[in-house]
Design a protein. Structure first.
Length: 225
């Protein structure tokens, strides 16, 4: 699973969803007739037995302008500010527009730069709590990230107006993730816990067919050989 460098830079994604690096450790049991080895991995992935419909009725696929208007309706918009950003051998002009409350405090701002158009719900001096983005400037929302509580992300990576991938913090899930669903002999080391679940619609048929989980530490899997 790949998250583009641009998206990482612009949304500052904190979820370790990319890659599934596995490390073999020297813990092979040869004392009996059965050989077993232990592997550490940063993530576990499985194919869902029954595909799950992607969520509908979300902000994904909506007009970016209408999504911004809905969020900023109670705020006052300030004039656009322009700035230059280095791009390759040249520069591009970007803009930012702040939306302030009655006291003049910036509560949100909209950035347009190159192929990206992002609304950040971000009170002045604080971290971004919500980001809504259009990464190909077609006027439609294709990414939504909510950091105001346990992480929740929606992504439309082929820009067809439908959700392709959902990232959810484990605390949001009910029922919780069942570790045994990913195989036998799995545990989480060093008192870690499941961090996130990522579901993906790789063939873009409108249904999630696979899911991945990450841990705050590492997963340990004992495999008989």
């Amino acid at each position: 699973m790949t998250i583009s460098t641009l998206r990482i830079a612009l949304l500052v994604l904190t979820t370790a969803a990319a890659g599934c690096a596995t490390t073999m450790i020297d813990d092979t049991d040869t004392s009996g007739s059965n050989l077993s080895s232990t592997r550490l991995t940063s993530a576990l992935e499985r194919k869902l037995r029954e595909p799950v419909d992607v969520p509908t009725g979300t902000v994904i696929g909506r007009s970016m302008d209408s999504a911004v208007a809905e969020r900023t309706g109670s705020l006052r918009s300030l004039p656009l500010q322009s700035f230059l950003v280095s791009a390759g051998s040249g520069t591009i002009t970007c803009t930012v527009q702040h939306f302030v409350d009655a006291q003049g405090t910036s509560m949100m701002h909209r950035e347009k730069c190159g192929d990206s158009d992002i609304l950040r719900v971000q009170r002045a001096g604080e971290r971004t709590s919500i980001a809504i983005a259009d990464f190909n400037r077609d006027g439609r929302v294709d990414a939504f990230t909510d950091w105001s509580g346990p992480t929740f992300e929606l992504h439309d990576e082929d820009y067809d107006g439908r959700v392709d991938r959902v990232i959810e913090a484990a605390e949001r899930l009910s029922p919780p993730v069942a570790l045994e669903a990913f195989g036998d002999g799995i545990e989480i080391v060093e008192n870690g816990k499941i961090a996130n679940r990522i579901r993906e619609d790789a063939d873009k048929d409108g249904r999630f067919e696979s899911e991945m989980i990450t841990a705050t530490t590492m997963f340990k899997r004992t495999v008989s050989e």
